[in-house]
Structures are given as C-alpha cells and as structure tokens.
Design a protein around this ligand. Structure first.
Ligand SMILES: CC(C)[C@H](C(=O)O)[C@@H](O)C(=O)O
Ligand code: SF4
Length: 465
C-alpha cells in the first residue's frame, strides 16, 4: 500500500461515512467561517425548517464584503447602500439569535474573513474549514483542508456541522530552489496559473511543496494558497512546520500549555508520506519566477513585468486567441507592446490575497521618501483592524499617508467593489487582489493583478513596471 498525502490524511480523519454507490462522503467540519453575503438565505432556510445551529462555538462571523472603508465607527448608519445595510443587519440578527461569535464592523478584530481566521488562531493544521467564499483556500497555508461552499451548503453545515462532498484528486506543485530577490509568493502564484491555466487544478487539491515553498513566510504561504482557487483547484495545502507553529503560538484561540504540546505532536504528523501517490505533479524552478502581472481579464493572462503583451494573431488555440482578443480590447492594450510603462490611474493594496502586515511593509518600503504620481489615486486597505493597528504601531500608516496613499479601514473593499470603493469606467488599476474579470472592480474598470511591491511602485511612478 502506498503512503498518504497530507490531503488523504486530513480527509480520512474527517470522513464520517461514504456512500459506495454515489461516491459522496459526509465529512465533519471543524471550523465554519461566515460573512454577510452568503449567509442570509442559509439562516432563513434554518428558520423555516425550525432548525438551530449545531455547533455555534465552531462558527465565527465577520462583516467584510459590504462594509465601507471609512467611518466604520458610525456602524450601520454609515452604510449608505440599502442592500448592503440589510445584509449586514441580517448577519447581526442571525448571530445574536444563534449565539455565534461575531466581530462586527468597527471591532478591532474585524476584517476580511480569510485574514481574521489565521490571525485569531482559529485556523489550525489538520482542520477542515469551510466558508461560503471561494478564497477559503487561503487557510490551507496552515495544513488545513479549507475550501469554499455554496449557500445551501452553508445551511447544511450550520444545521449539522458536516458537509456532503466528494474527494478530489491529489496534485503536487513542486517549487524547487529559491525565489529571486524581489520575487514574492504573488508572483509565484500568477506564474503557476499562467502555466496551468485557470482550469488546470479542476478536480484537484493542490499541495505546494519544495524548498522555495518552505522558505515562504506564513503571509506568503497564505497568498499562494489564496490563489489556488484561481488555478481551478478545490483547495491548496502546505504542510505545517516551524514557520507555521511560530506564527500560531500565543494567538487568542490556539491551544495553550500542555494542550499546545499535544496538538503540536499531532500537527507534526501532517505531511505527505514520501511514497504518497500523486495524480499530477507540476514542477517549477523557483529561480524561473519573475515579477509577474496580468495583462488580460483572467488570472492566467499573466506575464513577467519585463515582457511584451501577447499577440493573439500568433496564438494557435482558437479559444485562447478569441479570449486574448477580447481581453486586449477590454483592457485597451496593444499586442506586442511592453506591459511596463502602461499608465494607471488607480492603485489598490488590499484583499485577502495581499493585505497582511508583510504586504503593507512591502508597500511602505517603496512609498518611503517618495510620492504618489500626479493623476493617480492609491488606496491601502488593511486586511483587519489588528493589521491596521500593527501597521500604525510600526509607523507604516504615516509613511503611506505622507506619500499620498489613502489609509483606509479594513474590508474587502475594491477587491470586488461591493462597497463605495470602485473604479470608474475605463480606469486602470494596479491591484494586489486576485480577480481581474470584466467589471470586477467596477463597470468598465481595468484590473492588473500584481504584488504589493509592484502595485506600490505603480503608484509612485504612475505606470506598471
Ligand atoms: C461574495 C463571495 C461569494 C465571493 C467569493 O466566493 O469569492 C467573493 O468573496 C469574491 O471574491 O468574489
Ligand atoms: S477580499 Fe476579495 S477575494 Fe477576498 S473574500 Fe473579499 S471579495 Fe473575496
């Protein structure tokens, strides 16, 4: 018998039952994260069925998608959009009714759900974690099986603390060697997706392995796992190690004293056995990864920042060719021209991909003693109130504000533009987020995905590069 992958191990520890006929399993869920957008109907369903929440203490709620990034202390009165206000009010009512822990807007512990879970120590190795949100894959950075679920599944998990699902296949992403100076986890993720495509991971759970992955900080690992879903995978995983444990130690919800030791002993068993069987292996040399940006309207339409914009007329695959033509038209770009030097009007540093303290440090390092270029509006939105507070303690806010960046309150913000932070039609944005489809950041807006370093540089110079 061959060994098990990390995914196999977590799966086996959580599968309650498998239906031999359909192949569907019931798995136990250790942590259910919820936010205002994907829960109102789930709670309404519970109510109409006369059900309660099975394990409220394994559920944690935040308000993040709709929240404004200014004047959060005004509470719901400060939320101008009625639909947003209603969703936020519904979450308030639902968590109170069911006794679920909630960090509301304005609470220093509030922030983007995928930043808050790890920061509070709720995210732990070996857990199964779900949330009605695709970027739940972020939590896989801790060696937990974490993925998004739909609203009807949210209702199922609330009611039963289990999920009906099927096992995925195992994919290994082996990144050897080292990332070069100035190359980040974001560049690695975009590089990978540009190779495998946005459907490359369909049907798989991806485990990131190899020296270059082991060398990443927890923040970098979270960025990498966050983008797994954009590569089509169900989830991303990284085996826990010393870096993981050091990050977790002392956080509010991690085990303490003897309980930590017992937990750590278990966590140290969470790795893929040397003889584990992989359904697919993708190999990348760390040294080959360059600072990478997207030029189109899909995360796979990514190139090194030193490269020229692809020419659809040279593309063989008719689907890719048509997609590239349409993307270039929407993005207002010329094939064959260098991507560097393309002017931007907006810069967004934030989102569950890149809004943690290291990301803000990277942006501030570029901003220091510089100034945002004329005609550019640049916004920094920390991932949580605690990230914001830490950045302020380190003086990063002053550096950024002095350089002309807007220093905002936490939330998803311009990552998806469900709050007032949106692009105007035709505006081009250097963004540290994870999605760049048409209209993602506002109707007609043009998004270029990149690292915080490249985004901050775009703010200062006014151009991509
Ligand atoms: C609102 C939510 C359902 C959505 C997701 O699941 O990804 C959002 O977080 C996003 O990034 O588009
Ligand atoms: S920051 Fe963006 S990608 Fe992340 S959960 Fe919010 S909307 Fe989704």
């Amino acid at each position: 018998m061959s060994g098990k992958t990390l995914y196999d191990k977590i799966w086996d520890a959580h599968a309650v039952q498998t239906d031999a006929e359909t192949g569907e399993s019931l798995i136990y869920i250790d942590l259910h994260l919820i936010h205002e957008v994907t829960t109102p109907q789930a709670f309404a369903g519970l109510r109409s069925a006369g059900r309660g929440v099975r394990r409220p203490e394994l559920t944690l709620a935040v308000a993040d998608h709709n929240t404004p990034t200014e004047n959060q202390s005004l509470g719901l009165a400060g939320v101008k959009d009625e639909a947003a206000r209603n969703q936020l009010a519904a979450l308030d009512r639902n968590v109170t009714e069911h006794g679920i822990e909630f960090f509301p807007m304005g609470d220093i512990r509030n922030g983007i759900v995928h930043v808050v879970g790890p920061e509070q120590g709720r995210t732990q190795p070996g857990m199964t974690i779900v949330c009605g949100d695709s970027h739940t894959s972020t939590h896989g950075a801790f060696g937990s099986l974490a993925h998004g679920i739909g609203t009807s599944e949210v209702e199922h998990v609330l009611a039963t603390q289990t999920l009906r699902t099927r096992k995925s296949k195992n994919m290994a992403i082996e990144v050897s060697g080292e990332l070069r100076e100035g190359v980040t986890a974001k560049d690695l993720a975009l590089h990978l997706i540009s190779i495998i495509g946005t459907a490359g991971g369909t049907g798989y759970v991806m485990e990131y392995r190899g020296e270059a992955v082991e060398k990443l900080s927890m923040e970098g690992r979270m960025t990498l796992c966050n983008l797994s879903i954009e590569g089509g995978a169900r989830a991303g995983l990284i085996a826990p190690d010393e870096t993981t444990f050091a990050y977790m130690k002392g956080r509010p919800s991690t085990p303490k004293g003897g309980a930590w030791e017992i937990a750590e002993r278990y966590w140290r068993t969470l790795f893929s056995d040397p003889d584990a069987k992989w359904d697919r292996v993708v190999e990348i040399r760390g040294e080959d990864v360059e600072p990478t940006v997207t030029w189109g309207t899909s995360p796979e339409q990514a190139i090194p920042v030193s490269a020229t914009i692809p020419d659809p007329s040279t593309m063989r695959d008719p689907v890719k060719k048509a997609a590239a033509e349409r993307a270039l038209d929407y993005m207002g770009l010329e094939p064959g021209a260098p991507i560097a030097g393309t002017p931007v009007q907006r810069v967004f540093i934030g989102s569950c991909t890149n809004s943690r303290i290291e990301d803000l440090r990277a942006a501030a390092a570029i901003a220091e003693n510089n100034h945002v270029a004329d005609g550019v509006r640049a916004m920094v939105v920390p991932g949580s109130g605690l990230v914001r507070a830490q950045a302020e303690e380190e003086g990063l806010d002053k550096i950024l504000i002095n350089a002309g960046f807007e220093w905002r309150e936490p939330g998803c913000s311009m990552c998806l533009g469900m709050n007032p932070d949106i692009l105007a039609p035709g505006e081009r944005c250097a963004s540290t987020s994870n999605r760049n489809f048409e209209g993602r950041q506002g109707r007609g807006g043009r998004t270029h995905l990149m690292s915080p370093t490249l985004a901050a540089r775009a703010a200062i110079t006014g151009v991509i590069g």
